[in-house]
Design a protein around this ligand. Sequence first.
Ligand code: G3P
Length: 218
Amino acid sequence: MKPLILLNFKTYPEAAGKKALPLAKKLEKVKTKKYQIVIAPSLPTLEEVAAGSSLTVYSQHTDRAGLGAFTGKVSAEELRKIGVKGTLLNHSERKIPFSIIKKIIADCKKHKLIVVICASSLAEAKLVAKLTPEYLAYEPPELIGGDVSVTKAKAEVIVKAVELVKKISPKTKVLCGAGVHSREDLQKALQLGTKGVLIGHAVPKAKDPAKFLRELLG
Ligand code: G3P
């Protein structure tokens, strides 16, 4: 399995609404044999981006909901029907109570959505690893949105997270994110034992996002 580069568009103005698909089209031109590139556009743009781009699309969030009387909710079943292939869960900007995460993961499994569950600390990683997600992303909230990479500031915690998750859920692949913005950061993340990274602001905020991504992949 190639390392995963998960680009979270969040709701950055350069990546939301009418800007989402053009950004995805620029990024899909970045060809790589070494990595798997996945984008997580804002929720209102998911269907358009999934239909109009060749990149794999994940949701930034999924609720505990089905198709029916669930006003304002995003269900695994609907996401799958509109071409979304996976989902972030429990991002530090969108926390979910543990008992609910369990149920959402069951829905995701049922509807064949890949789950990337986020953890803000080692204690949380220990807890959510028990849910045996495909991916677990360690992202310290204090570094999110900044330019100091988690791979520099928390290298030893990443190593611990990789070891801990391996013991609890051997098949779960660990990612890291927060401040990741260079080729060096990506290479360091892989050296520390992760299977990829989550990148937020660096791509939408780049002057030339495709060039930026190309350079990052090296
Ligand atoms: O989901 C990715 C994320 O939270 C990291 O954001 O802006 O620090 O790369 P950023």
